[in-house]
Ligand binder design. Structure first.
Ligand code: MG
Length: 375
């Protein structure tokens, strides 16, 4: 299991329609992937969340030389070796996304070598599928959002989703009207979450929360800046809506104050950014101490999606309950030209559920030829 080659890929594709959320406009989709080959002939795949070019550079110039030639099974050791190298220069952000990609690839290798799907290697019982929620309702120009959102809601209902997350951040009045429109379109029994992508101050987020509380909001995601922990505390205290956050956070050290201070009810590590499978497991362990739910943020290609799904399948519900487990994982519905095009076995989605890959490793089989189309 000696690491003998580490390759990186920067993929990019133009979107047919530009879309936006409160922070950015998107006209292209990009990601950085990594492939680790071993002396035994196995290849493990990983993905980095966030800006692709710097993540690719960090893998190539900083971390790959550190772990090349090492035994891929030493993944815990290798994680700490890489993190120790990054601490002086970047304890969060792109360097952690680069470590995440390599860590996911090492876990993919470990599970392939064990001949088991990754979630089984992580200790989970055999699982067929996990319910997911549709992430959509992005902003776009042209058609009025009320009409676009009503159509989207219909689509998600017909695809079997029983939970949906919509973007907010257009101003309190506008957001409140759009939330009311979506709730009217989906009826009272479908879960509805809102995501501000930290567009608001605490005072504004509280005002919006009070306006939409009547619509039975399952969670309010990133109400305020990830840098404003006291703002999170104010929002938490003022609203009855559960608060979610953490997609911009990294490592157990970054999540620790969010959890200890109970600033979120749902912690959302991104497997491709928080430090990979290894670190997400530690974050989840911390979250269990503070009785905070964990549900991964997932916005990447099939590789990132698979990593999130295997990780999530392996997390027992905490606190325990005799009633049915209440897992719910993100399923982004925005345009992503290469999300499934780069793999031979995309994760199957059926009736609001994601089927867990059952072949060894991540279980999605990357197709190198189709990768070149997007490089
Ligand atoms: Mg979000």
């Amino acid at each position: 299991m000696k690491i003998c080659r580490i390759q990186t890929f920067h993929l990019r594709a133009n979107l047919s329609t530009e879309f936006a959320f409160s922070q950015f406009r998107y006209s292209t989709r990009e990601t950085a992937l990594v492939a680790i080959e071993t002396s035994g002939g196995l290849t493990g795949w990983g993905e980095a969340y966030g800006p692709a070019a710097p993540a690719k550079a960090a893998i190539e110039h900083l971390f790959a030389p550190l772990i090349d030639g090492r035994d891929a099974r030493d993944h815990e050791d290798l994680w700490h070796l890489m993190f120790a190298r990054s601490v002086d220069h970047g304890q969060k952000g792109t360097l952690l996304a680069a470590i995440s990609a390599l860590d996911i690839a090492l876990w993919d290798l470990k599970a392939q070598a064990a001949g088991l799907p990754l979630y089984r290697v992580l200790g989970a019982a055999e699982t067929v599928s996990i319910p997911c929620y549709a992430t959509g309702f992005y902003f776009s120009d042209g058609e009025p959002l009320e009409i676009k959102f009503a159509r989207e809601a219909e689509q998600y209902l017909s695809q079997g989703f029983r939970a949906m997350k919509m973007k907010v951040g257009l101003g309190i009045q506008r957001d409140a009207a759009l939330v009311a429109a979506v709730r009217a379109a989906i009826g009272p029994d479908v879960r509805l979450m809102i995501d501000a992508n930290h567009a608001y101050t605490a005072v504004e987020a509280i005002a919006l929360g009070r306006r939409v509380e009547q619509h039975d909001i399952f969670w309010f995601e990133e109400p305020v800046s990830p840098l404003d922990l006291d703002g999170y505390a104010e929002v938490k205290r003022a609203l009855t809506i559960p608060i979610a956050g953490g997609e911009c956070e990294h490592t157990r050290f970054g999540f620790e104050p969010l959890l200890r201070r109970r600033l979120v009810d749902f912690a959302q590590p991104d497997l491709c950014g928080c430090g990979g499978i290894s670190e997400a497991m530690k974050i989840a362990t911390l979250a269990s101490i503070y009785n905070v739910h964990v549900t991964p943020h997932a916005w990447g290609s099939s590789i990132g999606q698979a990593a999130a799904l295997h990780f999530y399948a392996a997390r027992p519900r905490h606190p325990a309950t005799l009633t049915l487990e209440d897992k719910l994982i993100e399923c982004d519905r925005s345009e992503h030209p290469f999300r499934t095009a780069i793999v031979e076995r995309p994760i199957q989605f059926e009736a609001g559920q994601w089927n867990l890959p059952q072949t060894p490793g991540l279980g999605i089989a990357v197709n190198r030829e189709s990768l070149t189309r997007f490089q």
